[in-house]
Design a protein around this ligand. Structure first.
Ligand code: GLY
Length: 571
């Protein structure tokens, strides 16, 4: 009896002990809450999940810098935020080092070598976007792990130390939130349809808040990366598992595609706005360029005086969104493959001309810029994290699987979702992707090419020093959200909390309609309707912004978006 009792006790201890790193740093994966706002003295992380923000902050506390914390936070998100945190996706990092040097790391997925421009065109010449959005064929060659290793050259801890908390979380498990339970329950049918095995995310009786999610296969993958570095993912057993999974489901990623994948160092997209310098992501993300066009189109138009969410200010912002997004469809794609006219479409004279037909009394017509086709469906799962440390390093990272839980295919034996990023290519000119965005030659599919993104990890510098670190998920709404958050702070003088959480709006040229978030003022909508604006169905939430702003006394104001489980941590 006594023996049985001790055995039960031992089993209980084993079940609930949660790894040395987590224990030593007071991180309890079975009991945690979101913190939406804090003031930090030395360093801070804001991310989509409390456990990931706590892991990043623990690394900062132990003496790591913002790059160390960004790596550890992303790896933790790959475990605790399967919606969008990932090993099987890609992302972008924009950072400023304490030396003042700026970096932009591109770890966007690439089209496999066997891909071609008509990959998703059926025998009747029609685009089959189900295949670019769900299942094995939707996957681009994942970039995240290469991106983390590229980032590591600016870090101070060993990669092994930075990946350990993620291994512990995957191995021991963590309690899922109500939101995660809802998300996983919503994809149970897809999990059966698009998998050749039964992943850890399947639960026949349904998930509920507080259930423990353990991911032993993912833990084993993370351990291979810990032991073998980048090759622990892109070669050997993990690569083999990816390719075997592809073969079982008609996917086309090969061993060669994986072995050849490299992250790229890009020159950050920079521009001035009044006394600030904005540093954001260049191609293959449209984010920095769109932000540049939109901010420059309003810079000399007294936006601040018009007031936050008045009909006047929303109309002006909508019209600059319309014009910038029309340029996105026509000109933007992977600049390694297509000559994107970045300089030409950001010149002051060009942007002035672009606004010549702007009429503050009525809606413009997207047809006079270019014709298009209506929105098909929307899904916007990506994730952003913002990090700052006490040395002056600042890092903004946005990373994605594209749709929530990517292609819904989990790599058998390796335990992670693979992306459905191929849908971010223009699968056929004029055919909208899942965000309703259309494109043409600039963003056509070619082997090895990166699909156009909207991710906008951004720093705002004041006197050359990081002042704001910001970004959000949200598909094509991302550049517009970052634009609004920055205007809310720099022009309308909102508090950081309101700048993040007040309802957002979105116009992307085509479809020619304004999308508003729940709580957007009805009176403003009516005024705009009278000017000729059409409104799409209201959305319950647009994006999840994570923001850090440096206060005049040097402390860090950290805001995690109120729309999800997002959480701020710092010290
Ligand atoms: N998959 C969303 C984006 O890259 O913008």
């Amino acid at each position: 009896m006594k023996k049985t009792g001790s055995l039960v006790l031992l089993l209980l201890v084993l079940q609930h002990s949660f790894g040395q790193f987590l224990q030593e740093n007071g991180i309890d994966p079975y009991h945690y809450t979101s913190q939406k706002k804090l003031i930090a003295n030395k360093g801070a992380v804001a991310s989509a999940h409390p456990l990931a923000s706590m892991v990043g902050t623990a690394i900062l506390k132990k003496g790591g810098n913002a790059f160390d914390a960004a790596i550890a936070t992303q790896l933790a998100l790959a475990v605790v935020y399967p919606t969008a945190g990932n090993l099987g996706g890609g992302g972008f990092l924009v950072g400023q080092l304490k030396s003042g040097k700026q970096v932009a790391i591109d770890y966007r997925e690439k089209a496999p070598a066997a891909a071609h421009r008509d990959l998703y065109i059926d025998e009747n010449g029609k685009a089959n976007t189900d295949k670019s959005q769900l299942g094995h064929l939707a996957a681009g060659v994942p970039g995240t792990v290469a991106g983390l290793f590229a980032t590591h050259q600016f870090a101070t801890f060993s990669f092994a130390d930075l990946i350990t908390p993620a291994i512990e979380l995957a191995e021991r498990g963590f309690c899922i939130s109500a939101g995660e339970a809802r998300g996983l329950n919503a994809i149970q049918t897809d999990l059966k349809k698009y998998n050749t095995h039964t992943p850890a995310f399947v639960k026949s009786e349904g998930w509920k808040e507080g259930d423990t999610l353990r991911q032993p296969q993912l833990a084993a993958t993370l351990k291979r990366i810990k032991e073998k570095g980048k090759a622990g993912f892109y070669e050997g057993e993990t690569a083999q598992l990816i390719v075997e999974e592809m073969k079982r489901g008609n996917g086309i990623i090969s061993l060669e595609d994986l072995k050849k994948y490299e992250a790229a160092f890009r020159t950050p997209h920079r521009f001035s706005y009044k006394e600030y310098v904005i540093v954001s992501m260049p191609m293959p993300s449209s984010g920095g360029l769109l932000l540049n066009q939109m901010m420059k189109m309003v810079e000399n138009r007294n936006l601040g005086k018009m007031g936050f969410q008045t009909a006047e200010s929303v109309q002006l912002m909508t019209e600059v969104m319309r014009r910038a997004y029309a340029d996105r469809a026509a000109y933007m794609g992977d600049a390694d493959y297509y000559p994107v006219p970045v300089r030409e479409i950001t010149e002051a004279a060009y942007l002035k001309k672009r606004m010549e037909d702007y009429d503050p009394t009525k809606a413009s017509d997207s047809k006079i810029v270019k014709p298009g086709v209506p929105l098909k469906k929307e899904s916007e799962e990506t994730t952003h994290l913002s990090v700052m440390d006490s040395e002056g390093n600042a890092v903004a990272v946005t990373t994605t699987l594209n749709n929530s839980y990517g292609s819904r295919t989990v790599i058998g034996g390796a335990g992670f979702f693979i992306n459905d990023e191929m849908d971010d290519f223009s699968v056929q000119p004029g055919v909208p992707n899942m965000y309703g965005a259309i494109g043409g030659e600039a963003n056509s599919i070619q082997p090895g090419k990166r699909m156009l993104s909207s991710m906008t990890p951004t720093l705002v510098l004041k006197n050359g020093k990081p002042y704001i670190v910001v970004g959000t998920p949200g598909g094509t709404t991302i550049p517009n959200q970052v634009f609004q958050t920055l205007m809310n702070l720099l022009e309308f003088g909102l508090s950081a909390e309101d700048a993040v959480n007040k309802p957002k709006f979105h116009h992307q040229w085509l479809p020619d309609e304004l999308v508003t978030e729940k709580g957007f003022p009805e009176a403003v909508k009516m005024s705009l309707q009278n000017m000729g604006y059409r409104f799409a169905k209201e959305r319950s939430g647009i994006g999840r912004t994570e923001l850090i702003r440096v206060l005049p006394d040097g402390k860090l104001e950290v805001i995690a978006d109120g729309r999800g489980d997002d959480s701020a941590a710092g010290f």
